[in-house]
Design a protein around this ligand. Structure first.
Ligand SMILES: Cc1cc2nc3c(=O)[nH]c(=O)nc-3n(C[C@H](O)[C@H](O)[C@H](O)COP(=O)(O)O)c2cc1C
Length: 187
């Protein structure tokens, strides 16, 4: 029997639809804790749902966020949908690769555009640029998947919605350990 979707999933979907073709429908911010305990935040592309309450992102395992999540798997996503006037904050935990199916990683690799795939053929990110660096523009789906092509599957534990489109503003949260029961909060 199919697992029912958490109640916040249709809300995110409706907000994404309001964004139409705007990048906001797919761009979100991922916050992690750096190795020195200070916060880090950056933009990533939403790559779909890996399960009813699992969100997929793709990254380069050579980037800073990878060891950050290894050391501290707790993370938070902030997703602003400006046309819908809504913010979703998703809190949860990175699921280490061992528990993920390799087939899922391969599926994501196949789904990328040639230009999107090329980024994983670029030199290791975040290091000083070198004159010898080469940045290919496209990579075909037949190319062997680079080891550092990383699927970040995030297990969502808590979701908070803030909707500025009504008076008073609507603020509510859901927690996985409370079977996603909605809790209305003062805005
Ligand atoms: C619009 C936009 C989309 C991005 N999408 C991704 C992405 O899907 N995956 C990713 O790893 N980095 C993405 N980046 C780059 C990250 O914001 C960040 O610069 C990079 O991942 C390095 O972060 P880190 O050093 O904190 O690991 C994107 C940046 C922008 C501006």
């Amino acid at each position: 029997m199919a697992v029912p979707l958490p109640p916040w999933r249709p809300l995110i979907r409706a907000a994404q639809q309001r964004e139409g073709r705007s990048p906001a429908a797919r761009w979100l911010q991922l916050a992690t804790v750096a190795l020195d305990g200070t916060p880090r935040v950056r933009t990533l592309v939403f790559r779909g749902w890996g399960g009813p309450d699992q969100l997929d992102l793709l990254t380069d395992a050579r980037s800073a966020k990878a060891p950050e999540l290894e050391q501290q798997p707790a993370m938070e996503i902030c997703w602003l949908m400006p046309k819908a006037k809504q913010q979703f904050r998703l809190r949860g935990c990175w699921q280490p690769a061992a528990t993920q199916a390799e087939a899922e990683r391969q599926r994501h690799w196949q789904q990328l555009s040639p230009a999107g795939r090329a980024l994983w053929a670029w030199p290791a990110p975040g290091r000083p640029q070198q004159p010898s660096d080469q940045f290919v523009e496209e990579l075909s789906a037949e190319t062997e998947i680079p080891e550092h092509f990383q699927l970040l599957r995030l297990q969502i534990e808590r979701v908070e919605q803030l909707d500025l489109g009504q008076h008073p503003h609507l603020r509510r949260s859901w927690q996985r350990q409370e079977q996603w029961r909605a809790l209305h909060l003062r805005p």
